[in-house]
Design a protein around this ligand. Structure first.
Ligand code: SF4
Length: 311
């Protein structure tokens, strides 16, 4: 059966997270240069029922039964989750069945559509992205599908934040040399202020990305930019506490669990060791076997060695 649920894994921002992945790899309204999943293979704005709602609920139930109990159920994964037309119904089903908060990580490009906004409103938290304060930077960095415009993105975010300010956790991703000039930062801060986002989280590239040329900005840059927002703005950091809370989870087959995790994002051996609560040498040995079999590849990045799934 197709795997629609992964984890739980330690999330940078939300504690122990059980992931729900309802969109096929890699269907998205954007093709961000910094995407950790690689290039978008289907640029689309058409919403579809990619999988039956009941099948997702069944797999979430099985994962929760195995334990540990997650802090949050996170919709993200292989593409843009608002492209799933069963999103609202699934959120309702999960809410009725499990008493666990729901988080939607979205690029926000479809939030201007009233039905998408209504479905997103069924989540406890919504984490949309905004990486630019102008159309040219948006196109350069996020490479949208032809129907997606910067104006609609901003309109959707503004309207959603006005109706549900308590739910919104806006994320801004910075790429060195692409959206970090003083003018671009000024336009971005002005746009976030106009949207009236209640809180902003600042992120940058630390893992291998779709475009190999992508480079992260410095921690000092993020700290400096954080001071310019009128709302609370927080550079995101890895939470070792969250990592240490993860107990044994997954399928019980280390090879399968590593390949499943790497299908979602590149990881270091330490990332995998933390998220699976396993000894590092055990993870490293399995990684060497998978490397020798050609199932994964290793990429040096930011003084660390990341493992990625080979296509
Ligand atoms: S980062 Fe998110 S929004 Fe951008 S291409 Fe990847 S999946 Fe799509």
């Amino acid at each position: 059966m197709e795997k629609l649920v992964y984890g739980p894994v330690p999330s940078r921002r939300f504690g122990i997270s059980l992931g729900v992945d309802v969109v096929p790899f890699k269907v998205c309204t954007l093709d961000c240069t910094y995407c950790q999943l690689g290039h978008t293979t289907r640029h689309s704005t058409r919403r579809e029922l990619f999988v039956p709602v009941a099948r997702v609920v069944e797999q979430v139930g099985a994962a929760i039964s195995r334990g540990p109990i997650p802090d949050i159920i996170t919709f993200a994964g292989s593409g843009e989750p608002t492209l799933y037309s069963g999103l609202g119904e699934l959120a309702e089903e999960l809410r009725a069945t499990f008493s666990i908060p729901l988080l939607l990580i979205t690029n926000g490009t479809l939030l201007w559509q009233p039905e998408v906004a209504a479905e997103a409103a069924r989540f406890d938290l919504v984490a949309p992205s905004l990486d630019a304060g102008d159309e040219a930077t948006f196109r350069l960095l996020n490479r949208p599908a032809p129907e997606v415009t910067f104006q609609r993105l901003v309109e959707g975010l503004t309207s959603f934040a006005a109706c549900h300010p308590e739910k919104v956790r806006l994320e801004v991703f910075f790429v060195a040399g692409v959206n970090d000039s003083p003018e671009q930062v000024e336009a971005l801060v002005a746009t976030v202020t106009a949207i009236a986002a209640p809180r902003v989280e600042l992120n940058t590239a630390v893992r291998p990305t779709a475009d190999a040329s992508v480079r992260g900005v410095s921690a000092e840059f993020l700290a400096d930019v954080a001071r310019r927002f009128t709302c609370p703005a927080i550079p995101i950091a890895v939470s070792p506490i969250a990592a240490s809370r993860v107990a044994q989870s997954g399928t019980g087959d280390l090879r399968t669990d590593i390949l499943t995790t790497l299908a979602r994002r590149p990881c270091t051996a330490a990332d995998l060791s933390n998220s699976m609560a396993l000894h590092l040498p055990q993870v490293e040995t399995t990684l060497q076997v998978l490397l020798a079999e050609g199932k994964i590849a290793a990429e040096a990045r930011a003084n660390a060695l990341y493992y990625v799934l080979r296509p």
